[in-house]
Design a protein around this ligand. Structure first.
Ligand code: FES
Length: 135
């Protein structure tokens, strides 16, 4: 696809975000902001008994790339095992966005939602380990 089509796709996700909102009740909730601009992403997840991502939604405010990548990530992550989140890489995010042709500031925008999902998942898994429920 041409970069024009990818740009259109990013704008479409920005204007019509999929999975925008809150998950109630949720098992995972995390938020973070991009220090360069203050834009924010919050992600909430309900975990299935099989330790998969059952429901996942995001809220936030910010640029098209940060919001579109969060929306794309929620679609991509739904149904995946929590362990999969550990393997998630910036290459996956670039693939979702359809481009890796981003300046350094924009890379932070693109990766913000991945950071939030990882932070929330790691602390959930850590909390479960501490509870002794993860055996
Ligand atoms: Fe703030 Fe992109 S400019 S996240």
């Amino acid at each position: 696809m041409s970069s024009e089509i990818y740009r259109e796709l990013i704008l479409d996700y920005y204007r019509n975000p999929r999975n925008f909102g809150k998950v109630e009740p949720h098992d995972i909730s995390a938020r973070d902001s991009n220090p360069l601009c203050g834009d924010e992403i919050e992600i909430q997840v309900r975990v299935t008994p099989e330790k998969k991502i059952g429901e996942i939604k995001f809220t936030g405010k910010g640029c098209a790339i940060s919001q579109a990548s969060a929306s794309m990530l929620t679609e991509f992550a739904k149904g995946k095992p929590l362990e999969w989140v550990k393997e998630l890489s910036k290459e996956d995010i670039f693939k979702l966005l359809g481009t890796r042709d981003l300046g350094p500031a924009r890379v932070k925008c693109a990766l913000l939602s991945m950071k939030v999902l990882k932070t929330g998942t790691y602390s959930y898994l850590g909390a479960k380990l501490e509870d002794g429920q993860d055996s």
